[in-house]
Design a protein around this ligand. Sequence first.
Ligand code: THU
Length: 131
Amino acid sequence: MNEKKMIDIAKEVLENAYAPYSKYRVGAVVKTSSGKLYTGCNIENMSFGLTVCAERVAIFKAVSDGEKSITKVVIVSDGDSTPIPCGACLQVMSEFSDENLEIIVSSRDSKLEKFRLIDLLPRPFKLCKEG
Ligand code: THU
């Protein structure tokens, strides 16, 4: 499964976004170590703090299916702003990947950008002394 294909899938899944408050629709695809793909979209709530980002939905779908290791995350929005993952999502990513996790983001007009998890979250919280 190449990157272009993952981006196309993320664009499809953002059509399912439930974003009546922000009107900012996001689709995400995560790839697991075993090569499986899981999709997610953002799901907002009238009680705004209950909103869940697209990438976290995709990761939780993977984990609930027994996949506890992710190697790539693609996040696409059809809005103007680049969908850089929020701090909460980065911490969740760090639980199920290593610092080399590839994160690929793109918005409606912006060029695709690529990061490693360590670029965006250099010091994740860990319950141990290392790092
Ligand atoms: N959002 C995501 O789903 N992923 C991101 O990477 C950035 C933000 C969502 C959350 C909320 O529904 C909307 O975008 C505006 O913050």
